[in-house]
Design a protein around this ligand. Structure first.
Ligand code: SF4
Length: 99
């Protein structure tokens, strides 16, 4: 779990950057959930539409990992610290400029 100290390193204002999860790489290991000081992520069952976008190999990988995926329901709260990018063992997260 993240702490107030972690939030101190996330001092950029929210709304500039958002995390983008590569659904082809994510293995729902939850590191992003655990490190994010702002509770941006949620790991849950993959949406049917996202599952349909995966290749056959991607579908098999996703099934092996419990048909789960990291989502960003609170992306607007992202402060752009990059902790999730560093923590993801699959290198599945990038920060992108918010629109
Ligand atoms: S960069 Fe990642 S860890 Fe940091 S606030 Fe944004 S979503 Fe959370």
């Amino acid at each position: 779990m993240s702490t107030a100290d972690d939030r101190a390193h996330c001092d950029d204002a929210p709304g500039k950057l958002i995390p983008v999860v590569d659904i082809r790489r994510c293995e729902a290991k939850q590191d992003c959930v655990e490190v994010c000081p702002y509770d941006v992520f949620e790991v849950r069952r993959i949406d049917d539409a996202d599952f349909a976008r995966l290749s056959l190999l991607g579908k098999l990988r996703n099934i092996v990992h419990g048909r789960r995926l990291a989502y960003t329901p609170r992306a607007a709260d992202c402060h752009g610290c990059g902790l999730c990018v560093s923590a993801c063992p699959e290198k599945a997260i990038k920060l992108s400029r918010a629109r």
